[in-house]
Design a protein around this ligand. Structure first.
Ligand code: NOJ
Length: 575
């Protein structure tokens, strides 16, 4: 692993901490219950003071919102409920003026069924855009094959007007584009250039693995059907069992994922992006193959395996880092995250019910001290938790609604149980509005306005920005402090990673050493409720404290007997 490069020589996206904004839920500037660009612009100072360096904006394009914006109806527009293109430009300029980069979500695999391209494609079999999507004849009145959509049921939707089926990897309102048609590429690359010309700093690529399907359309050969696997998925009581079902599920999608052509396409996109100075591509994929040779495909691919655990334990992190860092091609840069708009909130997911706050702080410390670019998710900085919805009418995520109805209609479960599944596997719970103040609607929207998803009432118990800004010990101020520490500590950004005490069950200890910056840091994250006195046999015997989550005596420690408190986050420079 190359650690000869100093912090200064790294690219901005290697040094940056990214923060994901979910536009619908971030800040409501016009008081209509939905987030928007005015709200985002008003909060740019907040973001700058928080100390993040870059924003990833989930889709902001016009969309009928069947999949919360991941069904795009116009790739070069702005959803009217979020504002105008001028508002977007003001937001982008405002971010840039504050030294904050902005990347957009790019949904390549599919469009909305309301996109003019699809409307044309649907209009007749000989429409020039017919081949922009994946149309096939049925077989004896049935879909062309047994493929499933990732969101349940058949992946094929029948169009009675033209008497053919179209393919959709996700919802039926999200028809897949046919990327083998060069006109599709040209149109999408035009959209890419449109945003790059406006000055955006790159893209997060949605669902990259789904872009191509096997053109021969062979039936999948999985033994279990998707509903059977969903049953098993719902019944799974541990992350381990869930992982097994997910493995079996992959067989169902064997011809719909990671098909030939993807890497050539990524290289083509990279070449376009490289025409512009200093832009970045990050893929919604954990496949290391997307790094290409380390320079010719995506700059970053998420280390999703790290987050797929019931609890983040030292052994889990060590095994993950060992596998991931050694597998990266030369020159490739890691990218870590623990939460996003598709997964439970970090605070809820990894907490043990007793030490949730301490564990959430450790989770942040892990993100900011591991080698690689961290991605944080809006609201986690105030310790927002999953919101359990009480009635199916409150759900906005079609996946949850589908889970609910499948549970009731196909599995015959009582509504209360089906609701629990919709909450557990659906994604609304982590998408609720950001809580800005102890005020009606959590200060997101004015009193009396119905927000698009309910606000978590725990804003009244201190889970809100305003209260936490005023409290030096709050989660928010902890985030601010830790983000500052990372920025001021080159080894945490540019340094290599060496695990220490590799058998320790309770704590994770490692070195981050940047030769080029002349700095080595020791990081100890005590993930247990036990204190430990540790001995580190390093070249040097003393460490100068950089950061601790706990009060410590003095700022120099003897490495032959370093005492670490329960749940302590300890970062020190080796002197
Ligand atoms: C991944 C996105 O993160 C998710 O929210 C969306 O539903 C699917 N891709 C389909 O676009």
């Amino acid at each position: 692993m190359n650690n000869e490069v100093s912090m200064e020589e790294l690219k901005w996206w290697q040094k940056a901490v990214f923060y994901q904004i979910y536009p619908r839920s971030f800040a409501d500037g016009n008081g209509d219950g939905v987030g928007d660009f005015h709200g985002m612009i008003d909060r740019l100072d907040y973001l700058q003071e928080l100390g993040i360096d870059a924003l990833w904006l989930s889709p902001h394009y016009p969309s009928p919102q069947h999949d919360c914006g991941y069904d795009v109806a116009d790739y070069t527009g702005v959803a009217p409920e979020y504002g105008t293109l001028d508002d977007f430009k003001r937001f982008l300029d405002g971010a840039h003026q504050r030294g904050i980069h902005v990347i957009l979500d790019l949904v390549l695999n599919h469009t909305s069924d309301q996109h003019p391209w699809f409307i044309e494609s649907c209009s007749s079999r000989d429409n020039p855009k017919r081949d922009w999507y994946v149309w096939r004849d049925g077989k004896d009145g049935r879909p062309p094959n047994n493929w499933c959509s990732f969101f349940g049921d058949s992946a094929w939707e029948f169009d009675p007007v033209t008497d053919q089926y179209y393919y959709h990897a996700f919802l039926r309102q999200q028809p897949d584009l046919n990327w083998r048609n060069p006109e599709v590429k040209r149109a999408m690359w035009d959209a890419v250039r449109f945003w790059l010309d406006l000055g955006v700093d790159g893209f997060r690529l949605d669902a990259v693995g789904t872009i191509f399907e096997d053109p021969a359309l062979p039936d999948h050969t999985a033994e279990k059907s998707l509903p059977e696997l969903h049953r098993a998925f719902m019944a799974a009581s541990s992350e381990g069992e869930l992982a097994q079902v997910i493995e079996q599920r992959k067989e169902i999608f064997q011809y719909q994922l990671e098909q030939p052509g993807l890497h050539e396409l990524m290289r083509e996109l990279r070449a376009i992006v490289d025409e512009y100075p200093d832009r970045v591509l990050v893929g919604e994929t954990d496949e290391i193959a997307y790094y290409g040779d380390g320079t010719d495909e995506l700059h970053l691919a998420f280390n999703f395996p790290l987050m797929k655990a019931e609890r983040i334990t030292p052994a889990w992190v060590r095994a993950n880092q060992q596998g991931r860092l050694t597998a990266l091609p030369p020159g490739a840069w890691p990218c870590n995250t623990l939460g996003n708009h598709d997964s439970p909130r970090v605070y809820s997911r990894y907490g043990d019910g007793q030490n949730d706050e301490a564990i959430a702080r450790l989770s942040l410390a892990l993100m900011l001290t591991l080698r690689g670019t961290p991605f944080l998710y809006n609201g986690e900085e105030i310790g927002m938790i999953d919101l359990v919805l009480e009635d199916i009418s409150q759900f906005r995520d079609n996946l949850s609604v589908w889970i609910y109805h499948t549970a009731v209609d196909e599995f015959g479960l009582p509504p209360a149980e089906a609701l629990a599944y919709a909450n557990r596997f659906g994604r609304d719970k982590c998408r609720t509005p950001v809580q800005w103040a102890n005020a009606p609607n959590g200060g997101f929207s004015p009193a009396g306005v119905q927000t698009w998803l309910p606000v978590n009432p725990n804003y009244a118990q201190g889970v809100n920005v305003a209260d936490q800004l005023a409290d030096p010990d709050s989660m928010l101020n902890f985030y601010r402090r830790m983000l500052r520490v990372r920025k001021q500590t080159p080894a945490l950004i540019a340094g290599d990673y060496t695990p220490l005490h590799e058998d320790a069950e309770d704590y994770l200890a490692f070195l981050r050493r940047s030769k080029a910056d002349g700095q080595t840091c020791l990081v100890v994250l005590n993930m247990s409720n036990r204190a430990h006195t540790l001995r580190f046999d390093l070249d040097a015997h003393l460490a100068r404290l950089v950061f601790s989550s706990h009060a410590r005596d003095g700022d120099t420690d003897d490495l032959s007997q370093l005492t670490i408190a329960p749940f302590e986050i300890y970062i020190a420079e080796i002197v």
